[in-house]
Design a protein around this ligand. Sequence first.
Ligand code: SF4
Ligand code: SF4
Ligand code: SF4
Length: 291
Amino acid sequence: MGFLKRRIFQGLGTILPNSYFQGFLTASLYQGSVKGVCSPLLNCYACPSALLSCPIGTLQHFMVTGTVPYYGAGTLAVIGASVGRMTCGTLCPFGFLQDLLYKVRAYKASMPVWTRWFRYAVLVGLVFIIPYLTHENWFSKLCPCGTLIGGLPWVTLNLNVRSMIKALFWVKIGMLLFIVGTSTLIKRPFCRAACPLGAIFSLFNKSSLAQLAWNAETCTRCGKCQKICPVDIRPDRNWTNPDCLRCLDCTRCPSIKLTTVFHGNPFGLPTQAQAVGATDRIKEVPALERP
Ligand code: SF4
Ligand code: SF4
Ligand code: SF4
């Protein structure tokens, strides 16, 4: 996908689910019929302009009440089974924000791969187990996206909310500033290490209908795909990587294409043998210079 096209999609993913603009003028939340619909994005439903529900907020709500979140889990399963993490790469406003922050001229660093495990811990701990045990929505209390588009607007708009600020609010602000700061240095730190929605979708990357295909015959191992990748990974090494956002930026290289499990590899490759042979050759590739 071209750079501009993805930015347009991300812009639409930011504006359309948040188009109840009168919420800012009237300091009220939209309560209409579509509010019950789960968006496929991390988008706080406490934002004054939010039209849809946040899927993580929905899952957590059911945990707090001790009931099974059939609807929220089913919605996420259908989206994940269809496109894997594609909504992270093409629509999510909080992912978009991190992409933009990484454009800031600053020292750039890489992030260790093991940090990805933390997002699964956040999912199991803060979205499922702790809310179930404490009957409190702990992920939402700390979510930096919620602080940015839910907490801060309400504190600005409503005097009563401002008078109720406690120490936890400043902890949330600190976490938001930490994510904003690290996003200027590292590609999408929150998506890779902390987002529970990304953790859920990443479980589907290996088996979703939409897949990336790689051409072992034409790939020159130039590493340009990693340089443009918003999560700093190499699709030529693992094209079903759970960290892949399916943003399709790397499909600008003719050796990577989007396909489906029904269409198989559009290059006619790889057979299992070619894939194994390619993996052997990959071991000989020197580490890339970090972007
Ligand atoms: S990982 Fe979370 S914050 Fe990042 S793009 Fe996906 S849903 Fe949005
Ligand atoms: S997939 Fe394309 S960009 Fe990536 S290493 Fe191969 S030739 Fe280079
Ligand atoms: S590997 Fe390709 S599709 Fe996946 S996140 Fe990186 S650039 Fe996007």
